[in-house]
Write a protein that binds this ligand. Structure first.
Ligand SMILES: [Fe+2]
Ligand SMILES: [Fe+2]
Length: 212
């Protein structure tokens, strides 16, 4: 199944950036957005720590320090996330706490995409990268479900930057053209459509239509 770890991780990073933008803009339900950020960030980090980082450290033992540094950055992001969660979104200190979280996460994302992921791509073959992708996705989905977060039913930023106004639509009751990428992805996963993880929203919709 084509779903390599690097593509999945980068897709998730882009999604996080959109959520951060929405949160910073002050539009929509900030508490709900923050909940989504917390669930996604935690699930993403844990999936990396459990499946992806160890694979790099094993394939390239000299990268162990770099991997350790990345785990430290995850912990720092978690600490900053908890601080934002403890702050009232209506309080003046919320924006400052949020900015510190976003800056720390974006710094980490940049390092990961410029250092960790290219090294992983060099260190393991394509097949391993795809197996890691499946494992990453499995842990991530399990953590999201454990956090009570129903990915398939979330509007969020997953639909390509749509406003939170669309939230609350359920996958089952939505026409294919109105679905978010996450919803389409969930259906594509069920239909076992190959290469789904690297597909755009439109590509997923097309593949599902072709599958009938
Ligand atoms: Fe990441
Ligand atoms: Fe990371």
């Amino acid at each position: 199944m084509a779903s390599d770890a690097v593509t999945l991780i980068k897709n998730d990073h882009r999604l996080m950036e959109k959520l951060f933008e929405q949160l910073k803009s002050g539009r929509g339900d900030r508490r709900a957005l923050l909940e989504e950020v917390a669930a996604r960030l935690t699930a993403h980090s844990h999936a990396e720590e459990q499946k992806v980082y160890p694979a790099l450290a094993k394939a390239e033992p000299e990268e162990a320090a770099e991997v350790g540094h990345s785990v430290d950055e995850h912990h720092e992001a978690e600490r900053l996330l908890h601080r934002v969660q403890r702050t009232d979104p209506d309080d003046a200190s919320f924006d400052q706490a949020l900015t510190e979280l976003v800056d720390a996460v974006m710094h980490h994302v940049e390092e990961e995409e410029n250092e960790i992921l290219p090294k992983l791509q060099e260190a393991v073959d394509r097949q391993t990268l795809e197996k890691l992708g499946e494992e990453f996705e499995e842990v991530r989905a399990r953590e999201l479900a454990g956090a009570g977060f129903d990915e398939a039913r979330q509007g969020g930023a997953a639909g390509g930057g749509q406003d939170r106004g669309g939230r609350g639509t359920s996958a089952g009751a939505t026409a294919p053209g109105d679905m978010t990428r996450e919803q389409l992805y969930a259906q594509a996963k069920e239909a076992e459509i190959p290469g789904r993880s690297s597909m755009t929203k439109d590509e997923l919709a097309r593949a599902l239509r072709e599958r009938g």
